[in-house]
Ligand binder design. Structure first.
Ligand code: NAG
Ligand code: NAG
Ligand code: NAG
Length: 274
């Protein structure tokens, strides 16, 4: 038994993405085959620009129900990160804005406050909350997979930059995971699970407007949904969330019929990989 455990231990300690086997591997996001990550572009097509990304220079639009906006520099936005085991996010906060409780299933997070004053907290598996108000230049760390949040407690806007030990940390955003899964978690499960906080949660469920859900859903989709996203965003009439959800399910069924062997990762994008 002990021997068995010792044999298992090294694999149980893989705490980040696998190591690269070459200098770089610029992701070919349009490749038709799927691997754990993305295949590499041919070296002859690699340009210096593949190693630089200006997406985090731009302020996110915080006019949404949370008053916060996460701009991801993960492998989907910045293909140069492919196989390198790291990525970053920029989070913009309006005054009073909240990055709602969420976790990153594939990465530990380190962050630094660039501007303003943020309450940063995470909850351990023993349900202990560790939290602190941080100002510009101060850092925090969120152990892999633990539920955490940030709230702007200063005057005016705030910005944080975060780094992850995964090219695609993924995000389980609890308000969406619990109340807007497809299909929904049965109400009696949620009622029983949350007991007397049920009413509060039902209220929280109602308070996320449809257009924010649509935006979050579209943002989370992987590159092979590009045509789908374009068709939705080009509509004259804005789409409502329930319709988006059913269209997406149809689209996913089609993709699965045409490409029966796909990585589950790429197709669990709906809400899980924001
Ligand atoms: C975040 O900001 C970007 C850039 O302004 C915007 O396109 C996007 O819709 C915003 N996302 C949300 C959820 O507000
Ligand atoms: C930010 O988003 C809101 C709501 O979607 C929109 O009305 C506003 O024009 C956007 N602001 C900018 C600067 O894009
Ligand atoms: C959340 O809202 C959806 C859509 O309005 C509804 O179908 C679902 O039952 C609600 N969930 C809870 C727990 O109230």
């Amino acid at each position: 038994m002990i021997l068995f455990l010792i044999v298992l231990l090294p694999s149980a300690c893989h705490c980040a993405d696998p190591d690269p086997l070459q200098d770089f591997c610029i992701a070919d996001l349009k490749a038709t085959i799927s691997v754990n990550g993305f295949p590499c572009k041919p070296v002859s097509e690699v340009k210096s620009d593949n190693f630089f990304f200006d997406g985090l220079a731009k302020e996110g639009n915080t006019t949404n129900v949370f008053g916060a906006n996460v701009t991801a520099a993960d492998v989907l936005a910045f293909p140069g990160l492919n196989t390198l085991g790291i990525s970053m996010n920029r989070v913009d906060f309006a005054s009073g804005g909240v990055n709602p409780p969420h976790s990153h299933p594939r990465a530990t997070e380190a962050g630094v406050i660039i501007k303003g004053k943020l309450l940063v907290g995470f909850v351990t598996t023993a349900n202990i909350l560790h939290s602190k108000v941080l100002e510009a230049g101060e850092m925090f760390v969120i152990p892999r997979g633990l539920v955490h949040f940030e709230r702007n407690v200063g005057k005016g806007k705030a910005i944080s930059l975060t780094a992850f030990n995964s090219q695609r940390p993924g995000a389980v955003v609890l308000p969406f995971t619990l109340f807007h899964s497809t299909p929904p978690i049965p109400n009696d499960v949620l009622t029983k699970a949350f007991q007397n906080v049920g009413d509060t949660l039902a209220a929280a469920n109602d308070s996320v407007p449809d257009h924010d859900l649509v935006m979050y859903a579209l943002e989370g989709l992987p590159p092979d949904y590009e045509a789908f996203v374009t068709s939705i965003t080009n509509r004259v009439e804005p789409i409502l969330f329930p319709e988006l959800r059913s269209r997406l399910l149809i689209h996913e069924q089609r993709i699965q019929q045409f490409h029966p062997i796909v990585s589950t990762d790429a197709h669990q994008a709906f809400f899980t990989d924001r």
